[in-house]
Design a protein around this ligand. Sequence first.
Ligand SMILES: Cc1cc2nc3c(=O)[nH]c(=O)nc-3n(C[C@H](O)[C@H](O)[C@H](O)COP(=O)(O)OP(=O)(O)OC[C@H]3O[C@@H](n4cnc5c(N)ncnc54)[C@H](O)[C@@H]3O)c2cc1C
Length: 290
Amino acid sequence: MYNTIIIGAGPAGMAAALYLKRSGLKVLIIDKDAPGGQMLKTDKIENYLGFSSISGADLALNMFKQIKNDVKYVYGEVTSITKENNFIVATEKESYQSKNIVIATGKENNKLGLPGEDKIKGLSYCAVCDGAFYKDKIVGIVGAGNSAFTEALYLSTLAKKVYIINRSENIKADMIYQTKVKNKENIVYLKNASVTALNDNEGILNSVTLNNKEILPLDGLFLAIGGRPQVKFMENLKEEKGYLIVNEKRETNIKGVYAVGDVIKKDYYQIATAVNDGIVAALSIKESEI
Ligand SMILES: Cc1cc2nc3c(=O)[nH]c(=O)nc-3n(C[C@H](O)[C@H](O)[C@H](O)COP(=O)(O)OP(=O)(O)OC[C@H]3O[C@@H](n4cnc5c(N)ncnc54)[C@H](O)[C@@H]3O)c2cc1C
């Protein structure tokens, strides 16, 4: 029996774990993957205070090292949370009980919704993870935010040519990334362009068709078109477009259930804001115990 079970070991979940443990509460943290969440998909992080430049993997490891000796960590995917006297959190293998829940499951990547997307090889959501497969090749990246531009910059160091495919004229990426992209000779920026079909040769992507019917030969296509939280494991949570609604204490509409980080509706989705959410939820839980 735990005071709090945290679902998700990204920065939000790990920050909550650190503060809960330090306030003397019994905590369990569960993740279906390696600890770190989206930080593991990030090459360099240059906007987390205290580290002028650090790889996502190193920051994730630093955070995990800080909690791993004091907080019980379980590897597994949470498939359901139900309430009897306490919350019962089930993974594929085990179930655990707690008084409080912190949902810190982040968000999942959006898809283009095109035929073959889940089957054709050559599509990726993570340049840092898969970029090395495209050394000296031609790749595209769909999107116009910071993720798309930073991933394009990363890919431009490996690939021969990188196309940024933006469906509109608006660029959401910060000016610093826009300037860097403009200065890269092997990045071609396409505006008002969207992918309408994925073309393959025996299951391997070889080109995409654009909305103007042009066939763009590509060896790989990266998607950086945002994402949506997937909280299928618990019913009746108040949400908007999949993002959980919380109050200033990070409480959801269900008593004892808190939500933090990218899974909640908020203005800014960053590591620092995720950490902040985790701390606020942990302190709110502690306050409710006093
Ligand atoms: C390519 C990229 C670059 C970025 N660069 C930066 C940057 O430079 N600076 C910055 O501040 N932010 C950056 N971000 C954003 C930042 O990484 C996120 O805002 C932050 O990681 C959100 O933290 P989180 O803990 O809420 O969720 P996440 O990091 O998404 O972690 C959620 C965790 O929950 C786990 N999980 C999900 N469902 C379940 C389940 N059912 N059972 C068990 N576990 C589950 C996942 O495996 C994951 O580990 C970047 C994001 C991306 C994708």
